[in-house]
Design a protein around this ligand. Sequence first.
Ligand code: ATP
Ligand code: MG
Length: 503
Amino acid sequence: MDKMIQTARGELIITNDGATILKSTQALHPAAKMLVDLSAAQDVEVGDGTTSVVILAGSLLGAAQKMLAKGIHPTMIAQSFTKASVKAVEYLTEMSIPIQLSDSASLLRAASTSLNSKIMSQYSSTLAPIAVAAVSRLATQSSSDVDLRDIRIVKKVGGTIEDTELVENGLVLHQNAITDAGGPTRVESAKIALIQFQLSAPKPDMDNVVIVSNYLQMDKINKEKRRYLGNLCIKIKKTGCNVLLIQKSILRDAVDALALQYLSQMKILVVKDIERDEIQFLSKTLGCKPIADIEAFSEEKFGRAELVDDVSRLGSRLLKISGIRNMGPTVSLVAMGSNKVVLDECERSLHDALCVVRCLVKKRALIGGGGAPEIHVSRMLSEYANSLKGVESYCFHAYAEALEVIPVTLAENAGLDAIAIVTELRNRHALGERNAGINVRRVSLHICYLALAIAHSRNLKGLVSDVLDEDVVQPLLVSTSAVELATETVCLLLKIDDYVQAR
Ligand SMILES: Nc1ncnc2c1ncn2[C@@H]1O[C@H](COP(=O)(O)OP(=O)(O)OP(=O)(O)O)[C@@H](O)[C@H]1O
Ligand SMILES: [Mg+2]
């Protein structure tokens, strides 16, 4: 289910993303804060599975609590849980299916699964291919990771999510061309300079008071300003530059009205308010070097493109730079949506899908979803626990049972009878179907068309199916990381026996 969050500043967030939900909650207890951090850690590590990791940790804590009540020492529980998690990762790895990066169908299936649970699920046919294409452009056969900072999502209100697109051999900016002084909005054969200095009159270093007592002095100041700005603009024009990207400045105006007037007369397209953290992405994409001083302003630092155009798309203005010469290894995505709330969730969902594909670059293996791996690992761990003795065996059994929380939660969220589903899953796994899981897409169809009749009549055959056949797959790394991180946090909490508040 999705959550509606009202932030302290009155903003509205509608999301399904675990990390975002938890970040917005203001947890007070340090142990609760650790669970929020756990979700954030999973977000950094793999980007998806941020809800599962916390659900798993909660279930493990519940299991531990029952064992503590029986008098088992927390250190013993923590040790056994750590061993059980190592075994669980082994079983997960053993059931995974290795894939090749060139196998884009598999990448697409994994990206679609990550979008299935989101509000954006109806647009997964648009977003999943975009996520796969974006990561595939940056990854080579030999790469072991992809830096997602090289993929930029520009959000624009207008149209629907279906209008979201990947920009081919180009770049899109958040900012628009300035037209206040009548400057150009379209430039062909662009020579683009990215500057970090200001095109406005300098300010004194200290707070000085200059008293202007007559028009003559006023004229002198204006003349000096015109001369200073004119010189700057002439120097810029002389180099042949025709597109100027100006970094935002907090010291003084990045570009003032007079400079804009000169630049528009010189037919130079101006974009201001480039953020400091955009500089690296822009210079990498355009192949240009940021210029910090007018003295260093020279042609070899420019980026070149066939066209810079301020276009209008579905009611939004977009500054598009296309046909970039020697474009760097980056990708720009334009996310479109009818309002800000939808767009923000679209960005988070796209981020999850991008992370899923990145996980497959890091570790090229897939496993089924829909609770199938958890039930399999739970069964295998229980079997293994029978070969152990004493308390350790007991702890392994408890750990195995705790893993079943994932299929239980999936079933509950789909409005199904969780106990019946999990029992059916256990049966099917005992019969050797180790990829038997819940397919929620199929469940929703059942719910829509058969008005819950099938679910109530306990005819679970259609709901529990082979998840690999149903294309419900996820990266191995998401599951292994969730198991490892959740166990680590639970063990950390178990080893604490007192809480001291330092003042
Ligand atoms: N069509 C489907 N049928 C059944 N289960 C599915 C389906 N699609 C995804 N799942 C399962 O849903 C779970 C993921 O749910 P969800 O994406 O809401 O949470 P998360 O990945 O843990 O966290 P988040 O996406 O918020 O970071 C996984 O266990 C996955 O196997
Ligand atoms: Mg997910």
